[in-house]
Design a protein around this ligand. Sequence first.
Ligand code: NDP
Ligand code: OXD
Length: 312
Amino acid sequence: MILVVKSGGEAAVAEWRAGFAAHAPQLDVRWWDEPGLDPARVEYAVVWDPEPGRLAGFPKLKAIFGSGAGVDHIASDPHLPPGVPVIRCVPWEAAQRMGEFVCWAVLSLAKEARRMAQLQAARRWENVDPPFAAAARTVGIMGLGAMGEHTARMLLGLGIPVRGWSRGRKSIPGVESFAGAAELDAFLAGTDVLVCLLPATPETQGIIATPLLAKLPRGAGLVQVGRGSQQVLPDILAALDSGQLSGAVLDVFAPEPLPAENPAWSHPGVIVTPHTASLPTRAERARYIADVIAMLERGEAPPHAYDPARGY
Ligand code: NDP
Ligand code: OXD
């Protein structure tokens, strides 16, 4: 049973192979561009940002796995083979690592970590006196899915009040739920630190822009860990310059890598991280994918399947 992999480059294939060998030794793991590979023998694919049209070249494909949680880079392929499920890679570690990153980001904003790093670089011994305890500011999470819900619980564990916005209403103990476009403004009005954990869809494209930022309380923080297509970066920098935002942690950009000349790199109010909020090891992801392949082979419905009707 051949599984092709295109994630992390050819150099990463050995690590993927070792990960699968531990949990699904029947899988023959091959590099996507391997010379002489017979496409008709390929049954599974694990990919990040595949070239459009390539997946359609495997006629016996049973499932396509994203090597990450968001599969917009696969779903955007106009030649995606019809009827082949696209499955998001969401091991427990992915949500845990995301929760850890967001807690770190929220605390970094509250503790003015960027300013402290600047003072250290300048060898200046100056008090940094944040005006609020982190627990005095409500975090609002846009997107309460696999990542958002776990993150909400971890923030609550730190004593930080949490509210969330999603398409459908949620009932997560301790989290105030807002649903749909009609409740977005009310959600934003009580959000002191906005966390974006939305998928990239036509509805979320460009959502983090001046009109939305203006609805947050003045001096709000922003943690963007969704997708770069959701933000208008000049609007975020302008909101920081005007004081509408007090600080931002930005992990995702369009395009990636963020070009060296982009002003976000050196903006005093921004912490830039290189799309690194949640990256489980290849061993963790291989174990998860192997488990889902076992479910598929037993004829069971896979978890975290991409739904083309919803767009995520
Ligand atoms: P899920 O599909 O599990 O959750 C998506 C959430 O967004 C759901 O709560 C959904 O609402 C909500 N949502 C979707 N569209 C809308 C909309 N138009 N209005 C309001 N709410 C909406 O995804 P995950 O939690 O697994 O991942 C979310 C995203 O995080 C990924 O798509 C990816 O872009 C990003 N990500 C980033 C990483 C990084 O390292 N920076 C790592 C992993 C993921 P409902 O529940 O009602 O359906
Ligand atoms: C993502 C991921 O979807 O890294 O961004 O998992």
